[in-house]
Design a protein around this ligand. Sequence first.
Ligand SMILES: Cc1ncc(COP(=O)(O)O)c(C=O)c1O
Length: 343
Amino acid sequence: MTGTDLRHHGDVEATPGLLDFAVNVRVGAPPAWLRAVLVDALDTLGRYPNPTSATAAVAARHHRLPDEVLPTAGAAEAFVLLARTLRPRRPVCVHPSFTEPEAALRAAGYDVERGLLSPPYELCPELVPNDADLVVVGNPTNPTGVLHDPDRLVELARPGRVLVVDEAFIDTVPGERGSLAGRRDVPGLIVVRSLTKTWGLAGLRVGYVLAPAPLVRALADAQPLWSVSALSLAALEACSAPAALAEADAAAWRLEARRDYLLARLAERGIDVVARSRTAFVLVRVPRGRDINARLRADGIALRRADTVPGLGPDHLRVAVRSPDRTDRLMAGLDRVRRAVAP
Ligand SMILES: Cc1ncc(COP(=O)(O)O)c(C=O)c1O
C-alpha cells in the first residue's frame, strides 16, 4: 500500500470553465510555428516513423552521441521502460516529487522505498541508503519547484547504481541551469526530458532519455515498436533547433518575472511558500488548505491539491505561475475565501 493516490494528476482538477492554476504546463497549445511543423509532418504519416534525424538533433543539442538518446512517448513512457528494463534490488524515489516513476516501478512489481526530504525540500543525498541501486529524483522537482544543486545530485551517482534525474521542467529554468543532460562522466546517470511543459504538447506525447549507450539499447529493446509517432519526432527535431531553444529560454526568463510577481502577492498576504521554486509553480501551505481549495473551486479557480504526493498533506497546494492579471484574480479569490473561513 502506498497510502496516496500516485496516479492523481493536476489536469483532472482543471475542469473547463475554471481559472486554471492547477495544470503545470506553460502554454495551452503549441506556438504557430510548431503547429506548422506538425501540419507539414502530416504528409509523412503514410510511412512508419523514423527516429534517426530527431535523435541526431537531440544528440547535437546536448553534445551527446546519437546512441545515447532514446525518443519516448513523453517522459511517462520513459518511466515505464525504466521500470520494465532495470532489475533493481532496492529502488528509492526521492519525495515529495512527481509520482509516476514510483507508480511505474510499483506496477512492474517493485517495492519502492521513499527518501523523504523535509522542508525546504532541498536534496540531502544522505537520505538515500548506500545500497540503493536505483534512485529517482526530479530536477526541478514537481510540486516543490526546488532546483537541486547539480553537485549534490552527482553525489548520488556511483558504480552499481542507476541514477534517474527527471528533468521534465528544466527547460523552464533560464539557461537550463543545473541540467545534467550533457554529463557523460557520471556513472549510471539517466536523464529524462519532456517537451510537454514548455511547448504545450501534453497531448502529443514526446520526450526522451539520455543515458549511456548500453542502457539506451536496453530501454529501446523494451519499447513498443514505433511508439513515438512521426508527429512527435517532427516536434522533437524542431524543438531541438537553436531558434526553438532560444525561444524556450526567453520564455524561462519571462516565467521568472511572473513567478516573482506571484511570490510578492503571496508574501503580502503572509501565505507560507514552503520551498524555493525555480520553475512554473510554487508550493504553498495554508491552514485549512482542503477547505480553501474546495471554496476556490466553487468560486471558479482551480489549484492543484498536493496531498497525493508522498510527504505532503492537505494544507499543501500547488499554484501555477501565470500572467499578473490572472494572478491578481487568484489573489482576489483567495482573499474572499480566506475571509470566509477565518475563525
Ligand atoms: C516532473 C514531471 N515529470 C514528468 C512528467 C510527465 O511528462 P510527459 O508529459 O512528458 O510524460 C510530468 C507531468 O506532469 C511531471 O510533472
